[in-house]
Design a protein around this ligand. Structure first.
Ligand SMILES: Nc1ncnc2c1ncn2[C@@H]1O[C@H](COP(=O)(O)OP(=O)(O)O)[C@@H](O)[C@H]1O
Ligand SMILES: [Mg+2]
Length: 232
């Protein structure tokens, strides 16, 4: 199998012209890779959690790259050309958002906010808008940006509702999209505690990668708890 990309948390292998095998590793990074660790079992948990969310979204009409889960820590997925735009959706203010703007930590946002970021470790994923994405040739039309935003808001509704029933608040999350060989825009990458913020709906306890970013400990305990609740 040909390794086509080794990222910060996953390895991507080419299976054939239109399929990839994505292997979720145990590596955890924060702050553009400034803080690093390996937690045994993290890759498997994220692969399992992300598979569950991708299946839920597919069932609800969202086009995704997900084909199947392969034990213990792999996804077979449609190969896409990744659009180097990260789409971030925020329901509650926290993290960089409260450092940049005068929101209180934990304040619910109305409306829910969709932001675009330039997917670039070198430039530290700066926030961009439609014009910057066009000028950088990250997308070829404004319509593409609108479509990503539209799908992201739909994903937000589906996941927020599902998670709340499991006692979890979907605080915010990041999505990546790509184009298939035949030109379809689909949701790619992963949806996991590495790429979302989850809070316990009752206690507001942090259940995601912020535990690692902030040195709160028990990282995998909470990833396991997310998995347990969403599989219930
Ligand atoms: N279906 C797909 N086809 C091709 N590449 C993908 C697909 N899904 C995700 N990717 C890319 O594979 C990489 C996954 O590895 P990751 O460790 O998340 O990398 P990064 O360090 O860039 O975040 C990402 O760059 C992501 O954009
Ligand atoms: Mg990534």
């Amino acid at each position: 199998m040909k390794l086509i990309y080794r990222g910060k948390a996953k390895d991507v292998y080419e299976l054939d012209e239109d399929k990839v095998l994505i292997e979720f590793r145990d590596d955890l990074t924060a702050g553009d890779g400034a803080k690093k660790a390996t937690k045994e079992g993290k890759g498997q948990l994220n692969a399992e959690i992300s598979a569950k969310f991708m299946e839920l979204l597919s069932k609800n009409g969202i086009p995704t790259h997900f084909i199947k889960f392969e034990k213990p820590n792999r996804h077979v997925a449609k190969k896409v050309e990744i659009i180097r735009v990260e789409v971030i959706c925020r329901n509650f203010a926290t993290g960089s958002f409260v450092r940049r703007y005068p929101f209180k930590d934990g304040q619910e946002l109305s409306p829910h906010v969709v932001e675009f970021g330039f997917k670039s470790d070198e430039y530290h994923d700066p926030m961009i808008n439609e014009d910057i994405a066009m000028a950088l040739k990250l997308v070829s039309s404004e319509e593409e940006m609108k479509e990503m935003k539209r799908i992201t808001l739909k994903v937000n509704d589906i996941l927020s509702e599902f998670l709340l029933k499991k006692g979890i608040i979907l605080v915010d999350f990041k999505l990546e999209f790509g184009y298939t060989g035949d030109g379809k825009l689909i949701l790619a990458d992963e949806i996991s505690p590495d790429t979302c913020r989850f809070w316990d709906a009752e206690t507001r306890e942090i259940m995601d990668k912020d535990r690692f970013r902030r040195g709160l400990g028990d990282v995998l305990h909470f990833y396991r708890e997310v998995k347990r609740r969403i599989e219930k």
